[in-house]
Design a protein around this ligand. Structure first.
Ligand code: GDP
Length: 382
């Protein structure tokens, strides 16, 4: 695998350079804004884009194969995020692994030679299916989701192993895209989630990026009334970034603070991490959040190094608060990110950011369908 970093003005420039350098099969693995070196560098930003190309992929892909690579994608049904689409993917699965197997049996007596070839193909695709199922399970995707993804892929793809990973990535991208359509950002953004996942740090990263890189007027509120240490930490960040911070201790105080900072472009709200299972605490948090009348985003912040089961439990626990977007932190602390997809599949909400380190404000990456799909399936070939 060839991996190369590009420092560019914007994504358009990156894509042009990557295409020229590595060809159109290169995948963008990550992107982040970086500052220049030295004092003046602090004020100049460049986009650092990392691209990768599988070794030999350009040489081994004949033009014909490349055409095939593009062809099945248009036929793929959307992944089963919704009820209707589940049916569509089931239909495909029957076709791929039901009817075709039946077809082989029925023609066995009349066309022995052709049948032999077909049986071999079916055997191979069966083997490849199993192999890829295991690869996806190794990424921590749930069994149901791994099978759903693979069954949605055309049978043809399983006859040529080199097509599988690209088809899978592209299929996942097209399936995630609907979640990212018509996304709007509210003026008020609150961060909820279990204790210690990185809510405060993530809020600080976003506040710094908005205030320093985008010259937005930002205010920070915190209803973190229990952990004095966390407020001090946030206070330090607020001072460095140069934005006001106010601690609110009751829903009415929150209303007053919101009214006070209504002239700000963004009001970011930190909340106390709630231990699981304490229903009364989630009700208390809900009382705070219902005070927000303005266009409002609630990010559910989860750590990607948490077990899938606990992540799914957290999505249920925080659901009374009505979150509408997701953030996954600590992607630098885990090798597998399939659990992110398990969560997305359950709550059908977009992951807006991932964070990949403790550095404020740099270790945060905005996500869209393409970057998320590539990130989750990274290393699937290992
Ligand atoms: P909160 O309780 O949810 O507000 O979590 P904090 O923001 O206080 O973070 C808890 C710990 O996680 C701190 O030590 C952070 O530096 C660390 N942390 C936050 N985000 C990341 C991340 O993306 N990667 C790593 N490795 N650590 C992180």
């Amino acid at each position: 695998m060839k991996v190369k970093k590009y420092l560019v003005k914007d994504m358009q420039q990156a894509i042009a350079q990557i295409k020229k350098d590595m060809g159109s099969e290169a995948l963008i693995i990550s992107q982040r804004w970086v500052r220049g070196k030295g004092f003046w560098g602090f004020f100049t930003r460049r986009l650092e884009v990392t691209a990768a190309l599988e070794e030999g992929s350009r040489a081994s892909f004949s033009q014909e194969l490349q055409k095939e690579l593009a062809a099945p994608l248009q036929e793929l049904p959307k992944i089963a995020w919704g009820e209707k689409e589940i049916k569509a993917s089931n239909m495909v699965s029957e076709k791929v692994f039901g009817e075709s197997a039946k077809e082989v049996k029925e023609t066995k007596t009349s066309l022995p030679q052709a049948v032999l070839v077909k049986e071999n193909n079916a055997l191979n695709s069966g083997k490849l299916f199993k192999l890829w199922r295991q690869k996806l399970l190794n990424l921590d995707l749930s069994e149901a989701l791994a099978e759903k993804l693979l069954k949605a892929i055309s049978e043809e793809v399983f006859k040529k192993e080199e097509l599988i990973s690209t088809t899978l990535v592209n299929y996942l991208i097209s399936s995630l895209e609907p979640l990212y359509r018509e996304i709007q950002t509210g003026q008020v953004i609150s961060f909820i989630g279990p204790t210690g996942v990185g809510k405060t740090t993530t809020l600080a990263k976003l506040a710094a990026q908005l205030a320093l890189n985008h010259q937005k007027k930002v205010a920070i509120l915190t209803i973190d009334t229990y952990r004095i240490g966390a407020v001090e930490q946030l206070q330090t960040y607020a001072e460095i970034i140069g934005v006001p911070l106010q601690v609110v201790m009751s829903p009415n105080e929150l209303s007053e603070a919101l009214a006070k900072y209504m002239d700000r472009d963004y009001i970011l709200i930190d909340t106390t991490g709630r231990p699981f299972t304490k229903v009364d605490q989630i009700e208390e948090l809900k009382l705070f959040l219902t005070k927000i009348k303005e266009p409002h985003d609630t990010f559910l912040v989860l750590s990607s190094n948490t077990k899938s089961r606990d992540l799914l439990q957290a999505t249920g626990y925080f659901s009374p608060c009505g979150y509408n977007k997701l953030i996954f932190t600590k992607t630098d602390e885990t090798l597998t990110l399939g659990s992110i997809l398990n969560v997305v599949n359950k709550v059908k909400l977009p992951v807006m950011y991932i964070t990949n380190g403790q550095n404020v404000p740099d270790d945060i990456i905005p996500m869209e369908a393409g970057s998320l799909a590539r990130l989750i399936l990274r290393g699937v070939d290992l």
